[in-house]
Design a protein around this ligand. Structure first.
Ligand code: GN1
Ligand code: MG
Length: 362
């Protein structure tokens, strides 16, 4: 990471106000590097280095984000919402050409206004899950009439057939010899058993039974900003907003919120899929999204709750077999530990499908 002086110089290429008084890391995303830029002016900022190894088309990425934030801002304005800057992210233009990103030594950076007195959480109780369900359903509903066309910032991001193929390719390549570990081999075989079942969404789509809608595609708990009273302010981390199946947002929230432990907890025995969180989230989501969901989408929400732990287990294991080239890791076995955790979550979710079906059909 660059030193404070270099980071300050990057931040000053955007139309910020005030003098910079400090720069320090913010949040714990696995992809981009995020920093808080404090100033003596009226606002502080969030500076992000975009991981261009993953987001290869920064112009497309920022186009999507600009369209989405402008659209939501227009809607909120029309609804008479007053605290607009707390309800939707605002990215600043850079001073030289007005774009919302700058390139520095081959790396891309962007800067948004930090929303003061806002909080992210790594865990939520049922009440906040219900509120989050409302928020993500509302986010999808708001984007249903987006006039712009959004591109896929990571093509086929949540396409399970692609993720399965990437696992097979990693296994065949065995780049760092990790297929020799019996546990890795067993995990791969276990995943193969469920592969066909888990690729159901792509089949339904091909049969014309499942639409793509604009989704957030990274609805982890910590991608929602709450105020001090626990109200949702807005949804953040918009890099992956793109056309996908509604399952993406439903499933990925539960993957993080319904797990009794964090996604990288080594205490696999403690992993359990919480039905109280599922019920609360589903009730909030159906309240705001129920109006536009088709029967196929609604009936398959329990499948979505299983699909995302499964897909994440496949992705973590693929990265482990590839030698940890995608996700940030803090120790050598980190991706394997994450895989075990998500695999246990998948198994737990599968065992609760009948209860889930009952809850969404009510
Ligand atoms: C990544 O950037 P972050 O940490 O919010 C990943 C998600 C995974 C998640 C697992 C672009 O999200 O898809 O579900 O890690 N984002 C990308 O924690 O791959
Ligand atoms: Mg994030």
């Amino acid at each position: 990471m660059q030193n404070t002086e270099t980071l300050g110089a990057i931040a000053r290429r955007f139309a910020i106000s005030g003098n910079i008084t400090g720069i320090k890391p913010l949040g714990n995303g696995l992809i981009n590097d995020t920093l808080r830029v404090s100033t003596d002016g009226p606002e502080d900022y969030v500076l992000q280095r975009i991981n261009t190894a993953i987001f290869k088309d920064v112009a497309l990425l920022q186009h999507n984000i600009e369209c989405v934030t402008a659209h939501i801002r227009r809607q909120l304005e029309a609804e008479g919402v007053r605290d607009l800057d707390r309800r939707v992210l605002r990215f600043l233009p850079c001073t030289e050409n007005g774009r919302t990103w700058v390139e520095v030594d081959g790396e891309a950076w962007r800067l948004s206004v930090l929303i003061p007195d806002s909080y992210t959480h790594e865990t939520v109780d049922p009440e906040h899950s219900r509120i989050a369900g409302l928020a993500f359903g509302e986010f999808q509903a708001r984007l249903a009439d987006l006039p712009d066309t959004l591109g896929e910032t990571i093509p086929d991001f949540h396409n399970m057939e692609l993720r399965a193929r990437q696992l097979h390719e990693a296994v065949a390549r065995d780049a760092v010899g990790r297929m020799a570990i019996p546990e890795v081999e067993a995990l791969v075989r276990g995943m193969e058993e469920y592969e066909e079942e888990m690729c159901k969404a792509e089949r339904l789509h091909r049969e014309g039974l499942l639409p793509k809608r604009i989704c957030h595609c990274d609805t982890k708990v910590n991608n929602i900003l709450f105020d001090a009273d626990g109200n949702v302010l807005c949804v953040i981390d918009l890099d992956t907003v793109m056309p996908s199946f509604v399952f993406s947002d439903f499933g990925d929230f539960l993957r993080t919120a319904a797990n009794t432990v964090p996604e990288d907890s080594p205490e696999t025995g403690k992993v359990d899929f919480r039905m109280d969180i599922f019920n609360a989230f589903a009730s909030g989501y159906l309240e705001s999204a129920g109006g536009f969901l088709t029967k196929v989408e609604r009936d398959n929400l329990p499948y979505a709750a299983c699909l995302f732990p499964y897909m994440q287990a496949v992705r973590f294991l693929t990265d482990y077999i590839n030698g940890d080239t995608y996700y940030k890791i803090r120790y050598p076995e980190h991706n394997l530990v994450r895989t075990r955790n998500q695999w246990a979550l998948f198994r737990s979710a599968c065992s609760k499908v009948p209860q889930m079906q009952e809850a969404v059909s009510d």
